[in-house]
Design a binder for this molecule. Structure first.
Ligand SMILES: [Zn+2]
Length: 133
């Protein structure tokens, strides 16, 4: 859904979007998520923190905390701390992963047998080669 404005000023984004944390807990592929670790792109908001606490998540690993000073996220951090839920920022060793689909097509079709091995690219520079077997 797009974030269209209605005549009441309510945006679709504000009223209808389910945050990733709630979606993950509701659509888990297990009986419960007790003692599990959740990996999220953004530090959870206060509403998601409540869901994570109630679902007995053990740890939150997030990539970005760009809303660190907003009240919702200060409250979230406080609630997670009070509930004893660990939270830490994920620091990837590599800044990007490149998937070359043309290489995959060539390998599947068996057209080119002299294909270069896949490589790990970091900041536009090849850092290592990957064993594709
Ligand atoms: Zn949220």
């Amino acid at each position: 859904m797009s974030a269209d404005k209605t005549t009441t000023g309510l945006t679709v984004e504000k009223g209808h979007v389910c945050h990733a944390e709630l979606n993950a807990v509701l659509n888990k592929n297990s009986t419960d998520v007790k003692d599990c670790t959740v990996y999220v792109a953004l530090f959870p908001c206060n509403e998601c923190a409540k869901v994570l606490i109630q679902s007995r998540i053990k740890e939150v690993v997030y990539y970005s905390d760009k809303y660190h000073h907003k009240v919702e996220f200060v409250a979230s951090r406080r609630m997670l701390d009070m509930a004893g839920i660990k939270h830490r920022q994920y620091r990837p060793k590599q800044s990007q992963i490149v998937i070359d689909f043309t290489l995959i097509d060539k390998m599947n079709n068996g057209i080119d047998t002299s294909i270069e091995e896949p490589k790990v690219v970091q900041d536009g520079q090849v850092t290592s080669e990957v064993d594709a077997k």
